[in-house]
Each structure stands twice: as structure tokens, then as C-alpha cells.
Design a protein around this ligand. Structure first.
Ligand SMILES: *Cc1c(COP(=O)(O)O)cnc(C)c1O
Length: 342
């Protein structure tokens, strides 16, 4: 099936594609990868993710590149992160090779949904791991399912790379210091829905969370990491047990170092926002969202000029995208071939 898709006007939304990939863990081992055309599961009503949130997921992108190949950005980092999330929730961690094979099969089976090079769009890949054993007394599942779904998504910034206003949530925390903030588990997102809704109603597209123990340090945004660029052009990002280790952030730190910038991973006090000339949110979906201002109680910190992303953020954003689309060299071998040449 050749989809008729307006590649240049895609959002970041669910879209049905041809197939998803499904693997089951039963009696202590993983079964074969299956390709399924129905976007529904037959799941027991007592399954642990439905009641107790025993579910974790990943998010990454595949790109049709300048040289005609299709490649994934750092998928082995996602594989390792899902292993960490799975262990934290007492789930069977999918071995790295199984994870990678499942992702590549899902892309292969949905080739025609990978947006053409030059459209600025990409294929979003969503691996999901869930418990499938019915449990009512709280116990971990014994059996699991690994699912991989894919869908084409647009660039976040169709109309340009504009900075947004952020606000610190004072009435809600995202994660407890030794809780599950550092793993990509479903429950972290359910608990952010209400605080995010309140912040949006107040006119701020994005909420920033402080560390819940002292409320003095920056943790991260609801679904993306925080970083700031100081007047001296140092890349600063919080080091905290509550922050989800973003692969985008890790990559931006490497690029900043490549540019000759200092990179600091350390606790970052909220009032250090005074020192930043640029600030950003980073994650797979948007890559970088430039932050124009951060409002904390009666104080508002601003970064750069309204309506215009800063120079360093723009350079980082362009470089990572150029690597992803194959417009420039990939000096750290971040791209992994997803399907063989057409
Ligand atoms: C997934 C996620 C991010 C971004 O991670 P990437 O690997 O860059 O996509 C940041 N914060 C949270 C809470 C996340 O769940």
C-alpha cells in the first residue's frame, strides 16, 4: 500500500501503518518476532499494566537519508535504557539484539511510511514492554510482550524554531529522588497529565520540575531534559537521580564538546537561570525546544530575544539534524542502518 501522506504537514500524532511487531516472553524465554496487521491486542483483563502500571516504553526515530539509506539514531542506547526500565519494574528485559531486530523489522514492514528525505519528517519508533500475566494481589507478571509500532511524524517546528515560555510547577513534583524518574515507565506520564494541563491553561506550553527533595534544583521538563548555555558558552545540564537520561541530551553534550565548549553535568540551582543566555528542552520528538523564559513564583528569567532561538541552540539543532539526515559526516557513528538499500 502506497500511503498518500502530506509529508510536510505531519504532526506528532498516532497514525496507523501496515504492521506492528510483537514478541512474547513465556515460560522464561522470548519467542519469535511476529508481524501483526491488526492494531489491537488480545490482553487478559487482569494483566499488570492495566491495573498496576507494569509497562515501560522507548521512543526513537528513523530517517530516510541523503544517500538513499534508512537509518536509526542511536537505537542501542534505547535498547539499554529499556533494559534498565524493565529491571526496575521486575520485567523480563528484552536482549539488545531482540530489541534491535524488532525495531528493524517494524521499519522494514512499513518502509513506505518512512518520510522522504528533504521533507523534514521522520519515522517515529515506539517500542513498548508490558506484563501479560493476570495478577490482582500485587506481584510482578511472569509473561511479557514486546511491541514495536511506528508512524511518520513531522518536524516539530513547521513554522520555524521559536522559543516558548516555561513555568516551574510549585504544586506538583514529577519524580521522587529514589523513585522511577530515571526510567521510562508509563506511570511517569499519567501523573504528568494533570500538572501539564494546569500549566497549559495558564498559558505556558511546557512545565519545568524542580527536585522534589529540596525544590531548589532543576530536574527536567515533563518529557524532555533541561540544558542551559552560560554567558561563557558552557553547556550546563542537571545531574540528578530523578532525571530520565535523555539520549538527545547525551548527544548534544558530545556535539557541544566537539564545538570546543565546556560541558558541565552537575546540580543546577533554579536561580542560576540568571546566568544562562540560552536555555532549551531536549528529547527525541522535538530534538530541541528553545526556551524563551522560565517563570518561578513571582520571578521570570528570560533567555535571549523573544521570537528568536539563540545562536548555540540553533547550531546544535542543525548539527544533530544534519547528522540524522546524512547531510554531514557522522563522526561518532550514531546512525545505524535500518533497512538495506532499496
Ligand atoms: C524520553 C524522555 C526524555 C527524552 O529522552 P530522549 O532519549 O532524548 O528522547 C526526557 N525526559 C523524560 C521524562 C522522558 O521520558
Amino acid at each position: 500500500m502506497a500511503p498518500s501522506i502530506d509529508w510536510r504537514n505531519l504532526g506528532f500524532e498516532y497514525m496507523q501503518t501496515n504492521f506492528h511487531v510483537h514478541a512474547e516472553y513465556k515460560n522464561g524465554s522470548w519467542g519469535e518476532l511476529q508481524v501483526c496487521s491488526e492494531p489491537y491486542l488480545s490482553l487478559h483483563i487482569g494483566a499488570t499494566p492495566l491495573h498496576y502500571g507494569q509497562a515501560c516504553f522507548e521512543g526513537m526515530k528513523a530517517f530516510n537519508r541523503k544517500d538513499g539509506t534508512t537509518a536509526l539514531f542511536r537505537p542501542r542506547e534505547n535498547a539499554q535504557r529499556m533494559i534498565n526500565s524493565a529491571k526496575r519494574l521486575v520485567m523480563a528485559p528484552p536482549p539488545e539484539e531482540l530489541f534491535i531486530e524488532a525495531v528493524k523489522l517494524a521499519i522494514e514492514k512499513n518502509r513506505e511510511f518512512v518520510p522522504p528525505y528533504g521533507t523534514g519528517a521522520s519515522l517515529y519508533v515506539r517500542p513498548l514492554l508490558i506484563g501479560t500475566t493476570p495478577r490482582i494481589g500485587l506481584q510482578p507478571s511472569e509473561d511479557f510482550a514486546l511491541l514495536v509500532l511506528v508512524m511518520p511524524v513531522g518536524p516539530y517546528y513547521k513554522d520555524g524554531f521559536y522559543p516558548v515560555k516555561a513555568k516551574v510547577h510549585d504544586e506538583f513534583d514529577r519524580a521522587a529522588p529514589l523513585g522511577v524518574g530515571n526510567v521510562k515507565v508509563a506511570g511517569n506520564y499519567a501523573s504528568a497529565l494533570y500538572p501539564d494541563m494546569i500549566i497549559k491553561k495558564q498559558g505556558y506550553p511546557i512545565a519545568l520540575y524542580l527536585d522534589s527533595a529540596t525544590r531548589n534544583y532543576i530536574d527536567e521538563f515533563g518529557t524532555s531534559n533541561f540544558f542551559g548555555i552560560t554567558q561563557a558558552n558552557t553547556y550546563v545540564t542537571p545531574d540528578s537521580t530523578t532525571v530520565l537520561p535523555s539520549i538527545t541530551n547525551k548527544s548534544l553534550q558530545q556535539l557541544a564538546a566537539d564545538f570546543g565548549m565546556e560541558v558541565e553535568r552537575r546540580p543546577v540551582k533554579i536561580d542560576e537561570c540568571e546566568l544562562f543566555k540560552e536555555a532549551g528542552a531536549c528529547g527525541t520528538a522535538a530534538v530541541i525546544t528553545p526556551i524563551y523564559s522560565i517563570t518561578h513564583r513571582d520571578k521570570t528569567y528570560t533567555f535571549g530575544e523573544a521570537g528568536q532561538a539563540g545562536e548555540t541552540l540553533t547550531k546544535l539543532y542543525n548539527t544533530i539534524q544534519d547528522i540524522q539526515y546524512g547531510d554531514i559526516d557522522d563522526p561518532h557513528n550514531w546512525m545505524e542502518q535500518a533497512v538495506r538499500h532499496r
